[in-house]
Design a protein around this ligand. Structure first.
Ligand code: PLP
Length: 720
């Protein structure tokens, strides 16, 4: 009798990689290897310390990648560490906690054992896995972590970028330059999925008249596997190997090839690994071509187009993240024809029929194939990422549903939320743990956060000061080094370190530098800004963010901000830090007292960095757009009620004035109004209002709950 081979899923491959790594370590440290191959350590309490304390310097040198750290560490150092009290017990405790985490019983989304499959072009799991560009990827990473914490079955599907996302350097004229480094896959906590014969599992997608072959990597994110497709495979010609080299850059054909691989190849990989999904979640339009493959499968099985469409819709959900029409990518028939020439034949259709599926108005021959319209039409449930974005999206896409009133358009919203254990500083986590009953399991319950009022002002303020000082030390070190790296004179470079204070109100602005985020507003009203920075109640500003390599407008914004660095009377009160990655992002959202966001209204789908800041006791000063439009309650921060009806230039002028007015008349006086113990009572009250109102609502726990409910409703599955 023939026994059925279990489908390859990469589990064994990761275990083999961990065993090889363990073989290089003294036996008592072997559990570290298993820990290193699962990113769970990165959000487990004390997890990072276990690795960083082995060799803090090398930990930074290794980009906080534990596999690389263990490969590079001198085993004799480990033998010395083994004799120090506490070291081995901590390793063992963390290893035991991971084993228990992986053994916890699984909950069901719909049918037990069937996972949610999340397809996305980027996943921001950790700084050491550079496969993300910004908020979208970090959200997808937070989503996987939360799914793992909540014990639902899931798998992520994305791309393995051999050069990842770009690195940023700014020259002394303020111009951004980019470079890419090869991702050293042997040093990542990843393994190629192999089949029963030991050869890499591959999937192929017909493209440009050839079969494009991709192998599949597995990365473990707690209980959740993340599968990443990689065309850097000997079966491909060099041009095809290049397809998965870089995130979001390259010409249109390369990008389309990436989307086709992610979507079509992603579904094929899912099948090859025997994954039977409860629901397939397409995160942003890039993933939309997965629907072509799902449709093809149904048609190949004999269904007519209509029945096939219904079956695909019954199994898929879509999240749109881009409220600006131009940001939703479209493909011309020629683009499609050159990359996917076999597409119509595979679907039993003609080109016009194929392209019509991705048009807002199917009969308009001039309209290209839009990834978002296609996904909206072909999935069973679609959502925007904040309440306001839901309204914008229903307006924006209502022509897809002719005769339906905009407010009836079937696009809902699930407001984004962030993964608390990833983004909250350990100091804040511990403080809340002392005062909030049932912490952290009770964190999704608003009643839990009411106990924030019981935290003595002095304790909350002490944590805030500690976090600000932590950022201060980092800013001083980094800004000097970065200035020297740009060839600046030593006195100027060192002035950065002298000017930055651990006590001044510290404002942060860090996110992708896109023009609609209007970072340039901080350079308006320069005289006024200078007065504030040098006044008796000073503010200092730390900025970080990368502009897309081909976005010269955004690069000019960086340059304008950079020019501030050279104003003599500013003396380092404004600092721009290069290389905005998840590690820098974490430092900034933890250390800033005030988090500033200035999007052009209705252009910010949600925004998540402000939520990260709020969880650390940061207060928001933001345009009422995206998530802040539903979070702001008058007491928990400050709002700029920008008028979306105005011409851009007037809007800019008004909003810049509102920003400086608020800073001058409210923010700074409140921060510096100290009582006899040196505590700003009013500021601390606002921090408490912010924690109470934002803490329970804008986390991934609430977000995932809503997604699960939507999936169950679509699948007709009961709740638990
Ligand atoms: C959270 C995060 C973002 C998102 O910032 P927004 O303010 O939501 O645009 C971007 N980049 C990184 C590295 C992040 O961690």
């Amino acid at each position: 009798m023939q026994t059925r081979q279990p489908s390859p899923d990469g589990k064994r491959d990761l275990a083999v990689a961990a065993a090889i790594l363990a073989g290089h370590l003294p036996p008592e440290f072997a559990p570290l290897a298993t820990l290193a191959y699962n990113y769970w350590w990165s959000w487990a309490p004390g997890g990072e310390d276990v690795f960083s304390s082995l060799d803090p310097h090398r930990w930074q040198r290794c980009g906080m990648n534990p596999v690389r750290l263990l490969q590079e560490l001198d085993p004799s150092r480990l033998r010395v560490l083994a004799m120090q009290p506490g070291v081995l017990p901590r390793v063992e405790a963390l290893a035991r906690a991971l084993r228990e985490e992986l053994r916890r019983p699984e909950r069901a989304i719909t049918v037990p054992g069937r996972p949610a499959v999340i397809v996305c072009a980027e996943f921001g799991i950790h700084r050491s896995l550079p496969f993300y560009a910004g908020g979208l990827g970090v959200l997808a990473g937070d989503f996987l972590k939360e799914v793992s914490d909540q014990g639902y079955p899931a798998a992520g599907i994305g791309l393995f970028y051999s050069q990842g996302s770009f690195h940023q350097r700014v020259d002394n004229s303020g111009w951004q330059h980019e470079f890419w480094l090869d991702t050293d896959s042997d040093r990542l906590p990843a393994a190629v999925v192999t089949g029963a014969d030991g050869a890499p599992l591959t999937v192929s997608v017909p493209m440009r008249g050839r079969e494009l072959t991709a192998q599949v990597w597995r990365v473990d994110v707690g209980r959740v596997p993340l599968y990443l497709l990689d065309t850097n495979h000997p079966g491909n010609v060099p041009g095809d190997r290049w397809i998965t080299s870089r995130l979001y850059v390259g010409n249109r054909e390369v990008r389309l090839a990436q989307y086709a691989l992610l979507g079509i190849g992603g579904i094929r990989a899912m099948r090859a690994m025997g994954i039977e999904p409860a629901i397939i979640h397409l995160n942003e339009g890039h993933a939309g071509l997965a629907l072509l493959e799902l449709l093809r499968e149904q048609i190949a099985a004999g269904a007519g187009v209509e029945a096939a469409t219904e079956r695909v819709r019954a199994a898929t959900v879509f999240t749109t993240h881009t409220p600006v029409a131009a940001g939703n990518e479209t493909l011309s028939t020629d683009d499609l024809r050159s990359v996917l020439p076999d597409l119509p034949a595979s679907l039993g259709m003609e080109w016009p029929e194929v392209v019509a599926m991705g048009r807002i108005r199917p009969e308009d021959p001039a309209e290209p194939f839009g990834l978002t319209p296609f996904a909206l039409r072909m999935t069973g449930a679609a959502n925007a990422v904040s309440r306001l974005h839901g309204e914008v999206a229903r307006q924006m896409w209502h022509d897809l549903w002719p005769g339906v009133a905009p407010e009836q358009v079937p696009i809902g919203h699930v407001t984004n939320g962030v993964h608390m254990a990833t983004w909250m500083a350990p100091e804040m986590w511990a403080l809340l743990g002392r005062y909030l009953p049932g912490w952290p399991a009770s964190a999704a319950d608003p009643a839990t956060w009411e106990h924030v009022d019981e935290i003595p002002d002095g304790e909350l303020w002490a944590v805030r000061c500690q976090l600000r000082a932590g950022l201060g030390g980092f800013v001083r070190d980094r800004s000097v080094v970065e200035r020297l790296g740009r060839g600046e004179a030593l006195p100027y470079a060192e002035s950065a370190a002298r000017a930055w204070s651990d006590d001044s109100l510290t404002a942060g602005f860090a996110r992708r530098i896109a023009t609609y985020k209007r970072l340039y507003l901080v350079t308006r009203n320069l005289d006024r800004g200078l007065r504030l920075m040098n006044g008796e109640l000073p503010v200092q500003l730390v900025i970080a963010g990368r502009a897309h390599p081909s976005d010269d407008d955004a690069k000019r914004t960086v340059q304008q901000v950079f020019a501030l660095n050279y104003l003599p009377n500013l003396a380092g009160r404004v600092v721009f830090l290069e290389e905005h990655d998840m590690a820098l992002s974490a430092r900034l959202v933890r250390g800033s007292d005030l988090w500033v966001n200035l999007p052009r209204p209705l252009n910010e789908a949600s925004g998540t960095s402000g939520m990260k800041s709020a969880l650390n006791g940061g207060l928001q000063l933001s345009v009422l757009d995206g998530w802040w439009a539903e979070a702001y309650d008058g007491a928990n921060g400050w709002a700029i009620a920008s008028n979306p009806g105005l011409p851009a230039a007037e809007q800019d002028a008004q909003d810049a004035t509102a920003l400086f007015d608020l800073l001058e008349s409210e923010v700074l006086p409140l921060f510096y109004a100290r009582n006899e113990h040196g505590i700003p009572h009013g500021w601390v009250q606002k921090m408490k209002a912010s924690l109470k109102s934002i803490g329970p609502r804008f986390t991934a726990t609430r977000m995932l709950g809503e997604y699960v409910d939507r999936a169950r409703a679509l699948r007709g599955a009961p709740g638990e």
